[in-house]
Design a protein around this ligand. Structure first.
Ligand code: GUN
Length: 297
């Protein structure tokens, strides 16, 4: 059997960022409107710092405004809620992203609930979670699953009637991914750590989305020949050279290449799509807040 076709998320994300940039330029020229994204980072987790810095750089590169709010790890819940109230009221801010995870003294659910749903570009507020679950359009959708769906539609076209298995049930990826695939008329299974016969369940999938955070868990013989495999995992593991590390996904890529029809690599697959979708959500939020029609992106 031929090797799987590699889904180039890096290239797709570049194209999406360029379309967002063009739409942002048109908004500025026609309406004097510059979309603005506020990022809030509490504490000094090095990986979160890298993610947020990339978000800020790419926001500016797309012609939008970036407002970064780094806060000390000791920030209280009241202080964070006060900042969110200020951002909710700021007309230059159309999107608010509070980087997760938050330190232990802060209740994440209360913080997400305090964000104006119209500015919730992560799609984590219960209003937006509910809209996605109920199949009501217009709400923000979490960025990583949105990016996965775009890659799948680009690779496969119409998804209706396909069997989709999502491994992982997080609120950030697994659950919204399942709702998005249901919205495309897939037959959806959500599998997780308690699922019995996981390899057998995965083998039923025309579309297999791995979002568990366990390096190389999904093996070649768990994959249906010809399936589309989307690997959301970003796991840092020891590299071949002493003292060096490397990134691997949740899927054994080399083995999966021999069985799958399509596969996203790690890095360069789903990862770059997350920020590109965040920029898209920020632009769409700015349009919605100003009563302007959503450009197709
Ligand atoms: N931490 C890991 N992924 C995400 C994400 O998509 N949004 C936010 N806010 N935090 C995250």
């Amino acid at each position: 059997m031929a090797e799987a076709k590699i889904i180039d998320g890096k290239a797709f994300a570049e194209g999406l960022r360029a379309r967002v940039g063009a739409a942002a330029a048109a908004l500025k020229a026609q309406h004097g409107l510059v979309p603005g994204l506020a990022t809030v980072l509490v504490g000094d987790d090095p990986a979160s710092h890298v993610y947020v810095r990339n978000k800020n750089t790419q926001t500016v590169a797309a012609g939008m405004q970036s407002f970064h709010h780094p806060l000390p790890a000791t920030t209280s819940q009241a202080e964070l809620l006060a900042l969110i109230a200020q951002l909710n009221a700021d007309p230059a801010v159309h999107g608010i992203l509070v980087q997760l995870p938050l330190p232990k003294q802060i209740d994440t659910d209360s913080v997400i609930a305090a964000i104006d749903p119209a500015k919730d570009v992560d799609g984590f507020h219960l209003i937006n979670v509910g809209k996605l679950a109920a199949g009501i359009g217009g709400g923000a959708v979490p960025c990583t699953p949105m990016g996965c769906l775009m890659l799948l539609k680009d690779a496969l076209g119409d998804l209706s009637g396909k069997s989709a298995v999502v491994v992982g049930r997080s609120n950030i990826v697994g659950k919204p991914m399942a709702h998005l695939l249901l919205g495309e008329s897939c037959t959806v299974t959500i599998a997780h750590s308690r699922t019995k016969n996981l390899p057998e369940v995965c083998r039923q999938a025309d579309i297999l989305v791995a979002a568990v955070g366990r390096p190389l868990m999904i093996q070649g013989d768990w994959i249906k020949p010809g399936a589309a495999v989307i690997d959301v995992g970003i796991n840092r593991v020891p590299g071949a050279e002493a003292g060096k590390s490397k990134l691997v996904g949740d899927v054994d890529f080399a083995a999966a290449m021999k069985v799958a029809g399509f596969i996203t690599p790690v890095p360069g697959g789903v990862g770059p799509m997350t920020i590109a979708c965040l920029l898209r959500s920020t632009l769409l939020a700015a349009c919605a807040i100003h009563g302007l029609p959503a450009p197709s992106l």
